[in-house]
Design a protein around this ligand. Structure first.
Ligand SMILES: Cc1cc2nc3c(=O)[nH]c(=O)nc-3n(C[C@H](O)[C@H](O)[C@H](O)COP(=O)(O)OP(=O)(O)OC[C@H]3O[C@@H](n4cnc5c(N)ncnc54)[C@H](O)[C@@H]3O)c2cc1C
Length: 453
């Protein structure tokens, strides 16, 4: 089934005309499709500037289509919503970040902990997704946005290529009009695709993640992850979790629960013939992870996709009368998407406002959105990281093999052998090069350096 889905299809060219079901008596300044961080931020900033905004969400409450939690970058959020931590109750202030290189029976960790990260303006927070989505939606509504839940948009209405409104599915079955449409419907934008504005995302550019939220007492979390009360940890899991393919897992600590995520590209799932939940099970059964979860109760289980194609997989973001933001625009860097989503919402709001002032909703005026993105960390970081997706594709064994080599090296260094130190170093060298010849190690290292320099 995944293979069928894999086949690239040409985007469908649609020209939907206004029908008798439209509501032309009311025309909004802007309609935003999707009340995630991107859409809610765009709505908030447009409404704040006095635009008449309609925010449409298919779910029945904010974040109802998502599960678990995530981490947000304090600095990026603070610049948009100053001192947001006074208003929004985050789960934990992150003072510890770690990467665990894993094999089936060992973990080599690199971890940084500092209480310097524990005071304003902080570094990362963990947040419950639904609380964060709700907070952003409430802010948009407080500025005057009209927010409608259970409103599923099926496509954009185009008139001679100009976006002029949206079509709602049953039971509403109506068309609504606006000067500007902002697509913020998340990864794999089906609204964009159905409207012929976004090509079908290739499975190699889309990662599928499974995630589980497990309830544990706060004290147990703090004891098991060695955290002071109230503080949190973000742990990246590399190697074993993705069964020989390039992908990542993570553990996030919340007040009274932890999240485990794992995922890799949809194309790799198809190649591996492994089911997403099997990856999560492998991690939970790992001898060094299992004790961390002991006594925990599963609260939520879900899966979702992340656009991981990066800069080179971005669709065209500006169309006459329409802007694409957040995950729908493929604005994700690694697994960081909240910050890019909120900032793209902010930039789109600036462009929509300018277009309203000029009474000109052409692609040219709305291109301000792209200019602002380009001048910001959003596109600059994405561009800098553009080769990472290619590297992961071209060196498919990268994460798994080098996690194994790192663990093997650490094991032999740690283990006491009855031999002199010099002989032990030679012994370790031979062990490593029996896994991967030195020339190949250097070649791979050079490929990595070229990408990250
Ligand atoms: C497992 C996992 C872990 C992650 N962890 C992190 C993390 O720790 N930190 C981080 O920064 N990022 C993380 N991300 C990425 C982050 O979740 C996304 O980048 C971010 O949510 C993008 O925001 P968005 O508003 O563009 O899309 P979304 O959050 O997906 O919101 C889109 C909204 O649009 C709605 N919608 C969709 N279609 C329609 C329609 N047709 N009509 C009406 N509404 C519609 C959806 O219901 C949804 O509410 C993670 C992603 C995954 C999958």
């Amino acid at each position: 089934m995944l293979r069928d889905w894999y086949k690239p299809k040409k985007p469908l060219k649609l020209l939907t005309r206004i029908t008798k079901n439209s509501h032309p008596e009311k025309k909004y300044d802007a309609i935003v499709v999707g009340a995630g961080p991107a859409g809610a931020s765009a709505a908030y900033f447009m409404a704040k500037q006095g635009l008449d905004v309609l925010l449409l969400e298919r779910g029945s409450y904010p974040g109802s289509k998502n599960c678990g939690g995530a981490s947000i970058i304090a600095e990026h959020t603070h610049k948009l919503f100053p001192n947001f931590w006074d208003e929004f109750e985050c789960e934990r202030i992150v003072t510890q970040q770690a990467y665990w290189l894993m094999t089936e029976d060992s973990i080599l960790s690199s971890s940084f902990t500092s209480m310097k990260l524990a005071s304003a303006p902080y570094n990362h927070f963990t947040v419950k997704r639904r609380n964060f989505y709700k907070w952003l939606c409430d802010k948009a509504v407080n500025e005057g946005t009209t927010l409608r839940f259970d409103h599923h948009v099926t496509e954009v209405i185009l008139d001679s290529g100009q976006a002029i409104g949206i079509q709602l599915s049953a039971p509403h079955n109506i068309q609504l009009l606006a000067d500007v449409i902002i697509l913020a419907d998340g990864a794999n934008s089906l609204v964009g695709e159905r409207s012929g504005l976004v090509p079908k995302v290739s499975p190699k550019d889309l990662a599928l993640y499974v995630k589980e939220t497990i309830a544990l007492p706060a004290q147990a979390i703090e004891d098991r992850f060695n955290l002071p009360p109230g503080f949190g940890s973000l742990i990246g899991l590399i190697g074993y979790p993705t069964a020989g393919f390039n992908g990542t897992g993570s553990i996030h600590t919340f007040k009274e629960s932890i999240n485990i995520n794992v995922g890799m590209s949809v194309a790799d799932f198809a190649k591996a013939g492994i089911r997403p939940y099997e990856l999560l099970d492998r991690i939970k059964k790992h001898p060094l992870i299992k004790p961390l979860l002991a006594g925990g109760v599963t609260l939520e289980y879900g899966s979702s996709v992340i656009p991981e194609g990066g800069y080179n997989a971005m669709p065209e973001l500006v169309h006459p009368g329409l802007l694409i933001i957040g995950d729908a625009a493929s604005l994700v860097n690694g697994t960081h998407g909240f910050n890019l989503a909120m900032w793209s919402g902010y930039f789109a709001a600036q462009a929509a406002y300018q277009a309203k002032i000029n009474r000109d909703f052409s692609k040219k005026t709305l291109s301000l959105y792209y200019t602002l993105l380009k001048e910001s960390f959003v596109l600059q970081d994405l561009k800098a990281n553009a080769k990472m997706a290619d590297l992961q594709r071209n060196v498919p064994y990268l994460f798994d093999l080098y996690s194994r080599i790192a663990n093997e090296t650490a094991y032999h260094i740690t283990k006491v052998y009855n031999m002199p130190k010099r002989a032990k170093r030679l012994f370790i060298f031979k062990k490593i090069t029996s896994i991967q010849p030195l020339t190949k190690i250097f070649k791979d290292a050079w490929k990595v350096i070229k990408v990250i320099r």
